[in-house]
Ligand binder design. Sequence first.
Ligand SMILES: [Zn+2]
Length: 614
Amino acid sequence: MKFKHMFKRTAAKAGSVNSAGNLFAARQPEVPDGLLKKCNSCKSAVFVEEVKKNYYICPHCRNYFRVHAYRRIEMVADADSFEEWNQGLKTENPLHFKGYEEKLEGLREKTKLDEAVITGKVTIGGTPAVIGVCDGRFLMASMGEVVGEKITRAVERATEEKLPVILFACSGGARMQEGIVSLMQMAKTSAALKRHCDAGQLYISVLTNPTTGGVTASFAMLGDIILAEPNALIGFAGPRVIEQTIGQKLPQGFQRSEFLLEHGFIDEIVERENLKEELGRILKMHAVDGAVKGKSRIPEKADEETSQYISEEKPGQILSEQCLKNDTEQSVKNDGEQSQSGKTETKGMNQIGPKMSAWEHVQLAREKNRPTGKDYVNLLFTDFVEMHGDRYFRDDPAVIGGIAMFCGQPVTVLVQEKGHGTKSNIEHNFGMVSPDGYRKSLRLMKQAEKFGRPVICFVDTPGAFCGLEAEERGQGEAIARNLYELSGLKVPVLSVVIGEGGSGGALAFAVADEVWMMEHSIYSILSPEGFASILWKDSKRAKEAAEVMKLTAGDLKELGIIEQIIHEEEPLNRENLPEVFEDLSRKIQHFLEHYETMDETALVKHRYDRFRRM
Ligand SMILES: [Zn+2]
């Protein structure tokens, strides 16, 4: 790290305004009053005050300067909310390493820190959380027994007090001077986090530059949600060690945050100035009664409102603006009775719209301008926080997933995304999901289960991706695993087929309590082309195949494969989607109201029976 000449000699404590002036105290006499410093990245002269006000980011090149632990806490926590825990712990110098204690003493003197991590409790955006922040000035924030102990105590107390944990990693890894005892801290911190996780609590890991070695291989990578600052070095082995071992230079960007995002290991890269807001948003979404499973998580007020809605004639007026933006009188005119399961059904729904051939449905489902999953996410939900990666290999852009708010409650949303326009189609692989995409979706479904959030899936895929790499990484296993795990997921699952529901690739998103279809979507064992090719050795007979396959929403409702058909304005496009969305939104509310009141056992049994009948 070359920042050492920049922000050295800090004596700042949280909340201490006066000490801030010392933060950039000039070390070299030629720089007057510490007003100007040189950026280590772009070599420009920067005003210290400006940098401080700008989240310690270079105004010229946006290089991220190292932030001291107390400063970091000030930057993300609500003012004066920090309460420090477990100060003054000291290492016993387990290896009796010569000169180690003197070195620590010197560092304590110099940094005014007692060790390389600060822990305690804060509130962020009003939500309480336990926080731990590494400080790189203290032996590269390597994890000796005190660091391990402080983190473990903080996590244990968070478990006890049912609080989320946020850990800011910035570390060289294990602490050599403490040898095997340092190594054990990896296991100790991980074990504490496992208990915290099993208690249903949230852990957010924030990776900053650099996060390496034993810290990466323990607490840093174990977050339910892993955020990273841009361009942070994150890896197990350091780049220099790798280069020496393999005898070649590493490519540009190797082991940086962006590289990790692409390879599926982190959820999101967050700019430093947005970090407080993002943490606050995520914390808030997890603060909603997550521990009580099998009970309705719709706030009582909303419950009242919704049931009131069911019995009244003008429902739109009492739904919150967030749920229905426009006046809904028009959209409810078609609604009939309330079915036992809470569904609102329109009479003769199977026959809505003019009669069309199956092939016409196929064409509409594939229509270029048809809204894709992303459009549904934008219209139906607010506060969408996108999560990336399967934590194994890659982030599959054919699947978009994350947490969002729906009528005041958090839900996990998963969409198969085809993209709009050629460039975007290619980017999203035309909605053809790879094993990594199924594994990402499964990760997010399990996360939803942990936090008691319903899962809402939007299905739109011609089929699972067919290719060499997909087979190498176990496409079949990935789909099977989804069917297996979804069948027993202890939270409500709704799937809506919005375009093409092709084969097992679609089913992996549709082992749900209810499956609905947009009026002109299709859902089938495979594409009509594939069907014709296999049965008649002639893919040109796709049109004929479509007619016999029973792939339209009407046919599938009759067969009992799906529960609801959502009426479409035709042709469905991004402009008229809002009209459809009103109806869909209301139906989703009913769905949640019904299924969230079921206890876990009844819910899973209902899902089991649903498929058992087929
Ligand atoms: Zn710069």
